[in-house]
Design a protein. Sequence first.
Length: 101
Amino acid sequence: MLLAGAIIGLGYGSLLPSFQTMAVQSAPEHRSGHATATFFMMYDTGIAAGSYVLGLLVSMTSFRVTYQISGMIVLLVLGIFYYAYTRQQKTQMVKERAEEF
């Protein structure tokens, strides 16, 4: 239980600020406040909706099935994030190269 708490603490302590930084950097400078507010609004909504939906799922199935589905969701989201982030980086590189000429 303590190990799980430590891992969750590391995740919240390192990943959350990293994701917030990415959200703010992807927005124009004059909209950084909006980016921060939107990030935390979506974060809180995800925590609330996820807790509700997973609670319903565990009541209909079991914890084992819920953990398996949650793991698949995490892998799917990581794949989508990787695809979107690398695509954005490639687009940015093309724009920078075009500006050089």
